[in-house]
Design a binder for this molecule. Structure first.
Ligand SMILES: [Zn+2]
Length: 299
């Protein structure tokens, strides 16, 4: 089955006219590599025309495309679920759960829950650390806004760290965020260990917390020049803050990482924007439902 590409809402609505169209797409993604019966491991099957389920030729166990995925019993319908995923991936900014609820005519609770699951799928697989030129900086969000950049110990503000990988021409290639409990080396190192290769050339400000990390990572510390020394990183910080402020009237501290994941997902794949929807759908239909429940409960 041909994959859906592009960002056109018209092409999108032409392609996915009914819940059944979406079901067929999910089936093609779920079993794109192979099919193995979940009961007896047999690999031959017959496709049921009415819902694209696989009927095992040996034990006749029937598995629907949505079985054991987060699309199982999506009460508001697969087509609406697809619209939410399209909006969150192919659009430039995405929208709030409240706006989304109006757009697809379901309750806000429904969109809130489903969008949470999409955000979990957008979290990094952490399998491709950044190499090359990487800039790292800290910033705060929330509480009383002021124009001061950098560290703050105001307890109402969320402490965050950002790592930006730059291309040879100075453009932004990838962006990752993490939350910080404080500005100690132990806290700062999480984003390094998760997202930055030891081969990367890293630039930070002069904060002493980075010094111990320089034993393992290639770090150059330069005096922070009110944002002038690293324009790209400050542009991103500015953009992410204004996106959070304008799209979500209230971002709970505990959940900020999920929004930041969504933001990095779009930026990090902006070069592959044509495939972004297809990639996300594939990831979602191949992730076991239980994973989402564990993550949501543990937060
Ligand atoms: Zn079987």
């Amino acid at each position: 089955m041909e994959k859906f590409t592009g960002e056109s809402i018209l092409e999108f609505t032409d392609r996915f006219k009914t819940d059944l169209d979406c079901l067929e797409y999910l089936a093609s993604k779920k079993w794109e590599d192979n099919y193995k019966c979940s009961k007896c491991s047999h690999t031959k099957f017959t496709i049921r025309k009415k819902n694209f389920a696989r009927d095992c030729n040996l034990c006749h166990h029937i598995e629907s495309p949505t079985a054991n995925t987060i699309f199982h019993r999506v009460r508001f319908g697969l087509r609406k679920a697809f619209v939410v995923i399209f909006e969150m991936s192919a659009s430039t900014k995405s929208i709030s759960a409240k706006q989304m609820a109006k757009r697809i005519k379901v309750s806000r609770t429904t969109t809130t829950t489903f969008m949470k699951k999409v955000r979990i799928s957008m979290a990094s697989s952490e399998s491709m650390p950044m190499v090359g030129n990487v800039h790292v900086d800290e910033f705060v969000f929330g509480g009383m806004e002021n124009l001061k950049q950098g560290r703050s110990n105001d307890s109402k503000k969320k402490k965050l760290i950002i790592a930006v990988e730059l291309s040879d021409t100075g453009g932004v290639k990838r962006v990752y965020f993490d939350t910080l409990k404080n500005y100690s080396s132990e806290e700062l190192r999480n984003i390094f260990d998760t997202h930055i290769s030891k081969q990367a050339k890293v630039k930070t400000d002069k904060w002493s917390g980075y010094k111990p990390l320089a034993k393992e990572y290639d770090i150059v510390q330069v005096k922070s020049d009110k944002g002038k020394s690293s324009k790209e990183i400050h542009t991103i910080i500015h953009q992410v803050k204004s996106w959070l402020r304008s799209t979500f009237s209230w971002v709970h501290k505990e959940h900020i990482m999920k929004y930041l994941n969504e933001y990095s997902y779009r930026i990090n794949r902006s070069l592959f924007k044509d495939n972004i929807f297809d990639l996300l759908i594939t990831r979602m239909v191949k992730t076991q439902k239980v994973k989402y429940q564990n993550i949501i409960l543990s937060k």
